[in-house]
Design a protein around this ligand. Sequence first.
Ligand code: ZN
Length: 111
Amino acid sequence: MVSLSPRQLDVLHHAANGLTIPETAHTMHLAVSTIHYHQQVILHTLRARNMANAVLLACRAGVLDGRPRRHGDHAGFAAHVYRGEEPCDLCWAGERAYRAERHEARKRNAA
Ligand SMILES: [Zn+2]
């Protein structure tokens, strides 16, 4: 079974959608060098020759379905948990904001 991290899957997903490395870096709020590093790990993990090859192999392995992943809110957080992953930083931040909001709402209703 091919094992890629949530971050690596996001990088692969963006590559599958035709984004360049700088575009992927901008979208994920990461450095270009970080995206380049993730791509090297992906190529090694999938034993792919380039990113186009990696996208094909990931599709065949069933780890990439072309559906966008949602990040940064309660739904994104829940999706990580559902997939059995550790939620990413962006989703933790969104989840904390969601819980704080819920907490405030309960206090308002109790008053
Ligand atoms: Zn996330």
